[in-house]
Design a protein around this ligand. Structure first.
Ligand SMILES: NC(=O)c1ccc[n+]([C@@H]2O[C@H](COP(=O)([O-])OP(=O)(O)OC[C@H]3O[C@@H](n4cnc5c(N)ncnc54)[C@H](OP(=O)(O)O)[C@@H]3O)[C@@H](O)[C@H]2O)c1
Length: 447
């Protein structure tokens, strides 16, 4: 495990760029100002609706447009497609804020399009066109650029020395995705270490186990058992209906098992049916929490889905689903709770946010947004522990048996459930408050 830190980058030493540049018109005012600054620096720039002309360097302004978060990220991905050509230098501009994550796109593009160099430049406050023109002479890499012209890049820092756990706190924890998958394992570990009351939230209903079927956690066997039980009752459900009922029963079983483990640890546990991607559902689930339980002091956001597909084939609907669950979901919750009462915030991100990953442009962006949102929360709540965990692959959750064997064949070690949960609990309860983003895993940090 290594914390993400920011290191200074030497200013560009080369000659100013003299080759033509295209600037996308997604944010016309910014595009025109940039064009004028580049012209003053002797760099010819053309404003384009879509890139794809002869210019090898493209500055994308989609990330500066005043569009909603998801639309902005989709627009940047869609704008990149026609610019793919060998030797192209694609630079995506965004302002530093809680709801930006275009670095997830450029880190993925570097993996999917090796013939192209892609970079995300995050502008801290008002950065002039002159400063941007100056950095065009540098190699393409993701930068945070300051108004004074200096820049920093993300790097992995040294592992901090372990600290002792603080005394138990008895807080009220809201844990999205906390009843199932790896987040459930982490919630149980926090319950063991810190006690308190846990509100586990997920889309699944707490479906009771079918009365005439023996308990099993294996989906295939359960389908068979449920089909036989239906035949005995004189029913003929379709295979799709059996599959749906079996998955619902397994979800209910997993939810009850997590609740039981948290209670066995001496903590309180309740289940909330809530879809993080739907603001109305979050509203409904959280509307009576204050009266029933008091203020939420710990937020763990583990809800997440994947819809892997290469940038060129990715659909807007897929990207919307992925961002809605994780990134919009976080903002839906933060808008409905008293943020000032938060003492712990743990966000489940992925190593793909830091390194990019083939097929995961949307997922990498959603997770990169979590990292920026985590840093913004850290600034807003200086007394709180805010941690964003960029996990490598776990031995569970969305890593099923097929994916696990794929990782093993590639020599990628998986994070064992117990070890991952202990790392999570220790960092969230006792980590160094200065480090917000942590990359957890081994091989990922070398790729
Ligand atoms: N497993 C890994 O190797 C790995 C690696 C890196 C990062 N992560 C991150 O870790 C988190 C948990 O992953 P996992 O592997 O445990 O995945 P998982 O087994 O697929 O579990 C996903 C969890 O999120 C919940 N969820 C999904 N969509 C939701 C929504 N719209 N509203 C509320 N809850 C929702 C699910 O419950 P319902 O189905 O009941 O809604 C479930 O509890 C994710 O954020 C993932 O990105 C996992």
């Amino acid at each position: 495990m290594r914390p993400a830190r920011w290191e200074a980058v030497a200013p560009p030493a080369g000659l100013p760029l003299a080759t033509p540049v295209e600037i996308t018109l997604a944010e016309p005012a910014a595009a025109e100002a940039l064009q004028a600054s580049l012209a003053a620096a002797g760099i010819p720039a053309t404003l384009v609706q879509a890139p794809g002309g002869s210019a090898r360097t493209v500055l994308f302004t989609e990330g500066l447009a005043p569009a909603p978060m998801t639309a902005r990220h989709w627009a940047a991905l869609a704008a990149a497609r026609p610019a793919r050509q060998p030797g192209a230098k694609l630079i995506f501009l965004q302002r530093l804020s809680a709801d930006t994550g275009l670095e997830g796109l450029t880190r993925t593009l570097r993996r999917e399009w090796p013939e192209v160099s892609a970079a995300c430049w995050t502008l801290l406050e008002n950065v002039s066109g002159e400063v941007i023109a100056g950095w065009l002479a540098s190699a393409s890499e993701d930068l945070w650029i300051s108004p004074d012209g200096t820049a920093r890049r993300a790097a992995l820092g040294p592992l901090a020395a372990p600290r002792p756990l603080p005394p138990a706190e008895q807080g009220l924890w809201l844990v999205t995705g906390g009843a199932r998958g790896v987040t459930a394992t982490c919630a149980i570990e926090i319950a063991r270490q810190s006690g308190g009351t846990f509100l586990l939230a997920g889309r699944s209903a707490e479906t009771p186990w079918p009365a005439d079927v023996p308990e099993t956690s294996d989906l295939k066997s359960l389908r068979g058992l449920m089909a036989s039980a239906a035949v005995k009752r004189g029913e003929k459900p379709s295979p799709a209906a059996i599959d749906k009922a079996a998955r619902a029963a397994l979800a209910g079983l997993e939810i009850r098992a997590t609740l039981a483990e948290i209670r066995a640890a001496g903590a309180g546990a309740h289940y909330l049916q809530m879809d993080t991607s739907d603001a109305a559902s979050v509203d409904a689930a959280l509307s009576t929490i204050g009266q029933r339980f008091g203020q939420i002091t710990g937020l763990i956001h583990g809800a997440g889905i994947i819809a892997d597909r290469l940038v060129e084939e990715k659909t807007e609907a897929e990207l919307r689903r992925v961002l809605a669950t994780k990134a919009e979901g976080l903002f839906h919750i933060l808008a409905r709770i008293d943020r000032a009462a938060l003492r712990h915030v743990g966000l489940f991100s992925s190593a793909s946010a830091f390194f990019g990953n083939r097929g995961q442009s949307d997922y990498a962006m959603a997770n990169a947004i979590l990292a920026n949102a985590g840093r913004a929360l850290r600034a807003e709540l200086p007394a709180a522990q805010v941690k964003v965990f960029d996990w490598g692959p776990w031995e569970g959750g969305m890593v099923d048996a097929t994916l696990a064997s794929h990782f093993r064949q590639q020599g990628v070690p998986l994070i064992p459930l117990g070890e991952g949960a202990r790392i999570f609990a220790h960092e969230l309860l006792a980590g160094d408050t200065a480090d917000v983003e942590l990359v957890v895993g081994t091989v990922w940090s070398d790729t």
